[in-house]
Design a protein. Structure first.
Length: 23
């Protein structure tokens, strides 16, 4: 799931729970 560019970092963290993306 590389929709990080489309969504906000916080949104992606909430959806996938990717802490690495948030940090």
């Amino acid at each position: 799931m590389r929709q990080v560019d489309t969504l906000t970092s916080q949104d992606v963290t909430a959806f996938s729970g990717n802490s690495k993306e948030a940090k």
